[in-house]
Design a protein around this ligand. Structure first.
Ligand code: CTP
Ligand code: CA
Length: 241
């Protein structure tokens, strides 16, 4: 895998990509997590590097086998564990990047308290775990941009994994989510048995300005990454006029 044959159409762009999935500790041996392998996010980061961008990767609990591709591409990697750590790393990076791609699966909730001792069945404390909501990281980055705390013309991309079968229902959910978060592009990922989390292939539709479907890609995570960067470039050109 090399940059050979790739257009250098992202040269000069500073990019941060979050990938993987956060883990929220319950006690020293347990956590709340999700099934994101980080493969799609790493493919997006690697594709950007091959096309000439300067790339930072914020990696939430990604296996070394998956991370190897990013290391080989010379990408700066910052490892994080929890949603709070991911939020801090993304805030710092987004203050100096032209494009933010939020491909990480962020835990929506975390345990209200973290025990420093392993919880036992006998204690009864494992029967119910009180949760508190995590901050919405990408919505926070969009709000910071609106307040001028980001480079001019920054593009923010979010992802949404959806399991709804009906495509129109999926698109409508995605349109609402894009508006709510204040991001430019929202890539909707269809999760089923063959595609999405932990799988090698993905099916993605990208929702852009005015809720329009601006790109669609189905195939390997690398093919999806290529389509995503084409959509980012188009969105940036459209805005620059
Ligand atoms: N996201 C985030 N911070 C959170 C939750 C989600 O930054 N606390 C980001 C994800 O990284 C993704 C996008 O928001 O880019 C959409 O995530 P998703 O889970 O689909 O959205 P939610 O707002 O959490 O809605 P849902 O109730 O469908 O999970
Ligand atoms: Ca969520």
């Amino acid at each position: 895998l090399t940059s050979a044959g790739r257009p250098q159409d992202l040269a000069g762009l500073r990019v941060v990509v979050s990938a993987g999935g956060t883990r929220e500790p319950i006690d020293p041996v347990r956590y709340l997590g999700n099934r994101s392998s980080g493969r799609q996010g790493v493919a997006i980061a690697v594709e950007a590097a091959f096309r000439g961008a300067v790339v930072e990767l914020v990696a939430a609990n990604i296996g070394s086998d998956v991370l190897a591709a990013a290391e080989q591409a010379g990408i700066g990697i910052r490892a994080v564990g929890t949603a709070a750590q991911l939020a801090e790393a993304m805030r710092a990076a987004a203050a100096r990047t032209d494009v933010v791609v939020m491909a990480a699966a962020v835990a929506d909730y975390r345990p209200a308290t973290v025990s420093d001792q392993k919880l036992t069945k006998e204690s009864g404390l494992l029967e119910r775990i009180e949760l508190v909501e995590n901050e919405d990281v990408v919505a926070g980055l969009a709000a910071a941009r609106a307040e001028g705390a980001a480079p001019d013309g920054q593009t923010i991309v979010a992802f949404a994994a959806e399991t709804a079968i009906d495509p129109e229902q999926r698109r409508d959910r995605a349109r609402r989510k894009r508006e709510r978060k204040g991001v430019d592009l929202l890539a909707v990922n269809l999760v089923d048995d063959e595609r999405g989390f932990e799988a090698l292939d993905n099916a993605v539709e990208v929702i852009g300005a005015a809720g329009r479907v601006v790109a669609a890609a189905e195939g390997t995570k690398r093919e999806v990454a290529q389509a995503l960067w084409d959509a980012v470039r188009q969105a940036r050109q459209a805005r620059q006029g």
